[in-house]
Each structure stands twice: as C-alpha cells, then as structure tokens.
Ligand binder design. Structure first.
Ligand SMILES: [Zn+2]
Length: 319
C-alpha cells in the first residue's frame, strides 16, 4: 500500500508526541513544581496560578517564558521571588542545552522582575522607565512580597535591569524579536513578538481567565487603544502575563471586554451620582463574573480610579 507522506502532518504529530514525552519525563525533575507548557518547538511558558501573592502559592502567580534561539536562551520575565528564579532557571536547563544569554523584563511589577537575581550574570533588558520605576518602588514592592509570601521569598532582593532597550526589531545572535512599547497596564510595558513562531509575549498588557490589574495604568482609554494595536499583530499564539496561553484571540477579547465594562461602569456611575462603594457592589456581567479575581480587581480598580472619573466628569460639566 502506498502511504501518502505528508511532511507537515508528521511534523505536527511528532511535535505533539514530543510534547507529551517531555511532559511525562519532566515530572520527576526540578521543574516538577512549575506548570510548564511547550508552545513551539523552541518556546516554553511557565504558567502561574490566577491568585494574589500568598504563602500557599509561594508567589508563583505570573507567567514566564523562554525561547531557545539556537545561540542561547532568551528569558521573558522572571517571577516574584529569587527561589522562583532559581527553579525556573533549573527547569530551563532541563529543556535545552543552550545557556541563558538574555533576560527581558516586560514591566516593573515585582511578580515579573523579582526572580532577576537568578539571572544577574546575564544582561537583563527593560525599558529605561521600567528600570527607573523599579529603582523607585523596589523596596516597597519587596516589603509587600515578603509580607505576603513569607519564607519562600526570604532571600529575594531587587535586581535592576542592567541594559535599557527601546522598541524595534532586535537580533539575539541572529534570532529576531520585535520589541513593542506600550503603556496601558503599568505605564511602561514592553511586549515581545516572535515573528518566526508568531507567538506574542504580551506581559500584563493581556490577561486571560484572571481579572486584569489596573493600579498603575495611565488610563483605560489608553490601554484599550493599545489592545487594538496588539490585535493587529494577528498572533498565532498569545502568552498573557497571567492565565493560560491561547491559540486564538481569547486574551485580547476578554481583556478588552473587562476594560470596556469597567470604563463604562465608572463613567456612567459617576454621571449618575453613584458612590465608589455602590460601584464596588455592582453585579459583574455574566461573561466576566466567573473570571478568577474578578471581585477583588473590581474593588481595587474602583478604589484607585473613581476619583479620576469624578474629576473628569466635573471638568466636562463645567465646560
Ligand atoms: Zn503587572
């Protein structure tokens, strides 16, 4: 019998078998307590739990990724503690023989940068403003992480990014990555797009199945406009800053829906004279209410944004 040899099909089958195999053999080794997913032949993500920092989760709440470029590994975000950084680096060495040569911090938040000390021997790249914000807020963040995570964070220190970068296509020893500058989530967000695998490493510009955090956002309108620009990249895979990876636009749609709802809740609520507490008690729409941390983030967002919406309502009313 003649067997039609479909190269592409076989490659995919082999890749998925390899993934299963890797998942099976990765269990007993150092990465056992990390939730590692192979995203492409040379790309992996470590998925955090959709929770706030706590002793129970040891601070493992955000996503980190790594790319084996053929000439060294690029690490994207380093987790919330030194211990996580070490576990992450050990896990990387179980998946590839290539040395870690570069680290990128997508933004200054501690759950994405406090594992930096495990990578202090390699260049740690970030936007210059990200470095400045971490320098300014690092001690306060560190106190918070110690308080919430406890013993698992005990030797965590603030290690600032050592190399500042701008947006644009950057070659990592021949492997191109597009670095794109945004601001919607933290004021300074660096998104990484891999044109070879069409994977988008969105940092906290996108959340999926974990409610978005907004305390350092310069404005929901800005964030929403930037999400439209992210959508134009048309990625094959999205790795959000928190939550599972997606092979469709799920994180884009959900982050957008959450922010659109939050924005209209506050605009309409302020116009109707409703108090911040009344808005915090609002019903969350059905499609968004099941998202982990929804109530928590609604409360947090209203608490810090309400005054801003009130001010802009008064400004408009007095024109
Ligand atoms: Zn963040």
């Amino acid at each position: 019998m003649l067997i039609y040899w479909n190269h592409k099909f076989d490659y995919r089958v082999l890749l998925s078998l390899a993934t299963l195999f890797l998942a099976a053999i990765s269990a007993p080794v150092h990465g056992e307590d990390l939730n590692i997913h192979q995203v492409a032949e040379n790309v992996w993500m470590v998925q955090g739990v959709p929770e706030e920092l706590s002793e129970e989760n040891r601070g493992d709440i955000s996503n980190s990724s790594f790319i084996a470029t053929g000439n060294g590994v690029v690490v994207i975000d380093t987790g919330a503690t030194a211990a996580y950084g070490r576990r992450f680096r050990e896990a990387i060495s179980e998946y590839t023989d290539e040395p870690v040569r570069w680290v990128i911090n997508t933004h200054h938040h501690p759950d994405h940068t406090f594992g930096n000390s495990a990578f202090s021997d390699v260049p740690i790249m970030a936007l210059s403003e990200t470095r400045n914000l971490l320098m300014k807020n690092g001690d306060f963040f560190l106190k918070t992480v110690h308080e919430r995570v406890g013993i698992s964070s005990e030797d965590t220190v603030v290690i600032l990014p050592s190399v500042t970068v701008e947006g644009g296509v950057k070659s990592f020893s021949g492997y191109p990555l597009k670095l794109i500058r945004f601001s919607g989530h933290s004021g300074n967000d660096l998104v990484v797009y891999d044109p070879l695998t069409k994977i988008l490493f969105a940092g906290d510009m996108l959340f999926w199945n974990r409610a978005p955090t907004t305390p350092h956002s310069p404005g929901i309108d800005i964030w929403l406009e930037e999400i439209d620009r992210l959508a134009e990249l048309n990625p094959a895979v999205i790795i959000p800053g928190h939550g599972p990876l997606a092979h469709d636009s799920g994180p884009i749609e959900q982050t957008r829906a959450w922010l659109v709802w939050l924005d209209s809740l506050m605009r309409e609520g302020v116009a109707a004279g409703r108090s911040a507490n009344a808005l915090i008690d609002s019903d969350i729409p059905e499609l968004l209410s099941d998202i982990p941390m929804a109530k928590f983030e609604l409360t947090r967002s209203i608490s810090h944004f309400y005054r801003k919406y009130e001010d802009s309502w008064w400004e408009n009313a007095n024109r």
